[in-house]
Design a protein around this ligand. Structure first.
Ligand code: 13P
Ligand code: SF4
Length: 325
């Protein structure tokens, strides 16, 4: 059974100052070559971590990169469930999570036993789990989804099948709205997205009246915003990049975790991106630093492995996820 070590939030941002950033960057470059390693970073990572990564993206993009890399070592600049997904896809590679305490409050809301009990109560149901779950939970699931393809995957399921959707209730509400399907929903949420308030959005709209809203479906406030703006689209983090490029708007209010603003500024120069609230910060994502990436590459520390019986069962829902969207 895999365990997500969840450190108290107060400890998570107590980081050592960088001694010599240029030197650490040089060491990372050297170690990356020597180890034939690739660094995959989520859109919520610190700016300097995004800048040193070989690939930056959303959960779906990162899983796809992990599935096709020919590197021997994958350094995951993200959180535990993402590194586990890479390990499930690559049993013969070394997968490193530079700080093993980088968990996820949403993944923590659901255990494999919860899913077994839920299935027992709905034996004809299809279990669809968000990628933000442990390997043990994925091993109990039929399909795995990300915010980038959840709507497509659920709409492709036969109409008569009951769908058990876990663990994010706000993503579930988005999927139910978009597909018109009734879902049986787990009562889970991400503490960062659930804490973003409608008042935070309104305050930014007053300060930036021409800005377009980019809202992630994990946000609890999205239902109320949609009541006011029914044709508003919600976007995965990568979907936000695509939308910001295509939109005629020149400024955007970014309603998700803060790190996304850096990704958008890099990818879509010339436009303005305003974070919805400085408090929308995932402490787990921010635990990954240049220093611990360097240490992890040097010592091969923070190895993430998944026991083979669990890995084999978790692989199918993950492969289905990667294939769609
Ligand atoms: P995406 O990057 O898939 O949109 O998910 C956001 C998230 O909260 C990851 O933990
Ligand atoms: Fe988990 Fe929320 Fe952090 Fe994403 S932002 S890793 S869902 S705690």
């Amino acid at each position: 059974m895999s365990v997500i070590p969840t450190a108290p939030v107060s400890q998570l941002l107590q980081l050592k100052p960088l001694l010599d950033e240029a030197e650490i960057r040089r060491d990372i470059e050297r170690l990356r070559r020597e180890r034939n390693a690739v660094i995959l970073a989520h859109n919520y990572q610190r700016p300097e971590v995004q800048q040193i990564a070989d690939f930056v993206g959303d959960s779906l993009g990162l899983a796809r990169q992990a599935a096709c890399t020919d590197a021997d070592v994958i350094v995951f600049a993200g959180v535990h469930f993402m590194a586990e997904t890479a390990a499930i896809l690559n049993p013969d590679k070394t997968v490193l999570l530079p700080d093993e305490r980088a968990g996820c409050s949403l993944a923590d809301t659901l255990t494999a036993q919860d899913v077994r009990d839920w299935k027992a109560a709905h034996p004809d149901g299809v279990v669809v789990v968000y990628v933000n779950t442990t390997a043990d939970v994925k091993a109990e699931a039929d399909y795995c989804v990300t915010s980038g393809n959840a709507v497509q995957i659920v709409s492709a399921l036969p109409d008569h099948v009951p769908v058990l959707f876990a663990p994010d209730k706000f993503l579930a509400a988005h999927v139910a709205r978009e597909t018109g399907r009734m879902l049986d929903v787990w009562d889970g949420a991400c503490h960062v997205h659930a804490a973003i308030r409608i008042e935070d959005i309104t305050a930014q709209q007053e300060a930036h009246p021409d800005a377009e809203l980019l809202i992630h479906p994990e946000c609890g406030c999205s239902t109320r915003v949609l009541q006011q703006v029914p044709d508003l689209r919600l976007y995965s983090t990568e979907g936000m990049v695509t939308r910001a490029r295509a939109s005629s708007a020149s400024s955007f209010i970014v309603v998700t975790e803060l790190g996304m603003v850096h990704r958008l500024e890099r990818e879509v120069p010339g436009k303005t991106f305003v974070p919805v609230a400085q408090t929308a910060c995932c402490n787990y994502m921010k635990m990954i630093t240049l220093e611990n990436i360097c240490e992890s590459l040097r010592d091969l520390s923070g190895q993430v492995t998944v026991p083979e019986p669990i890995r084999r069962r978790a692989l199918l829902p993950i492969e289905r996820m990667i294939a769609i969207g």
